[in-house]
Design a protein around this ligand. Structure first.
Ligand code: LMR
Length: 320
């Protein structure tokens, strides 16, 4: 069977980490792309030289030409600018929207059959724009953030309770911004919902609220610590879990920024919801029931994303 091809658009910190993870997991051959000539080639060579030690067979190459994306099965987009301390993800909208225009055109021309995972911020609006610019089917273009936000929530819970991460399952919906919606009712430790964990006194309500806020601020906390650039290990791991589910038809249920066409009462918008990812891309959007407080928080998050999408339409009227 021919090896799969994974193209990574953007060869910064996340791009390099994605390439390494894809190789270590034997997902296929990797093409690292960047408009900054030399960087993708240099990282590809460095990673290739780790293959004899690590023992992976996938070929890793670097390029600055869109034509080398041809035939990619999966494309992961990290191109664009990260925020700096004090900035919000939304401050990147105008500059990264232009980048999505170029990337979308490149994907449309050379890899129209790919499954595309977007990581660029502000995430939900950028994945919406990327789908429009590329013209790919909406079930083949998703945003990575739900897995990342849920993974952060998971880590904080496991750390606080001093239990194995293996037994923690945490879940965050909504846009990948300050309005994201961590859902304690749907987050469990060995099947016990966090809400019950609070009731039985294993974690205080104040601590849970603190963890929820820390999850919402998770990206900013890392930007503040790194000072130049943003998180890359956890975002890369999150995107790779989605790519793997698609390539191996695992049909994992993962929270993703997915295109909604009426689900949750939302239309023509990308926002974080649980989906099934398999060989057909997003095979199902799962509509969970929300209580009134959860619904209110989700609606607020959707409105924030819709506001950003409206801003995209003003900057790039072709998207309207
Ligand atoms: C993250 O959550 O780590 C990313 O969205 C990067 C950022 O700017 O926070």
């Amino acid at each position: 069977m021919a090896r799969k091809k994974i193209a990574l658009i953007g060869s910064g910190q996340i791009g390099g980490t994605l390439a390494h993870l894809a190789a270590l997991k034997d997902l296929g051959d990797v093409v690292l792309f960047d408009i900054v000539d030399g960087v993708p080639q240099g990282k590809a060579l460095d990673l290739s030289q780790s293959a004899p030690v690590e023992g992976f067979d996938g070929k890793i190459t670097g390029t600055s030409e869109y034509k080398d994306l041809a035939g990619a099965d999966v494309i992961i987009v990290t191109a664009g600018v990260p925020r700096k301390p004090g900035m919000s993800r939304d401050d990147l909208l105008e500059i990264n929207l232009k980048v999505m225009g170029q990337v979308g055109a490149g994907i449309a021309k050379y890899a129209p059959n790919a499954f595309v995972i977007c990581i660029t911020n502000p995430l939900d609006a950028m994945v919406w724009a990327l789908q429009k610019f590329s013209g790919l089917p909406s079930n083949k273009v998703i945003g990575m953030a739900g897995v990342l936000d849920s993974s952060r929530f998971c880590h904080f819970i496991a750390d606080e309770l001093n239990v194995s991460i293996e037994d923690v399952n945490a879940f965050v919906m909504g846009g990948h911004g300050d309005t994201m919606v961590p859902l304690p009712r749907y987050s469990t430790v060995a099947g016990i919902p966090l809400t019950d964990i609070v009731k039985m006194g294993w974690m205080s309500k104040d601590k849970l609220d603190e963890i929820i806020q820390r999850t919402r601020d998770g990206g900013a906390e890392i930007v503040g610590l790194l000072k130049t650039g943003s998180a890359f290990y956890a975002p890369a791991a999150s995107a790779i879990s989605m790519a793997e589910s698609y390539l191996k038809d695992k049909k994992r249920v993962l929270p993703a920024a997915a295109f909604l066409s009426g689900e949750y009462g939302v239309r023509d918008t990308y926002v974080g919801v649980p989906v099934v990812i398999g060989a057909d891309g997003v095979e199902k959007v799962i509509e969970i029931s929300l209580n009134s407080a959860e619904q209110k928080a989700f609606d607020k998050s959707v409105s924030a994303v819709e506001g950003l999408i409206e801003a995209c339409k003003k900057i790039a009227p072709a998207l309207a």
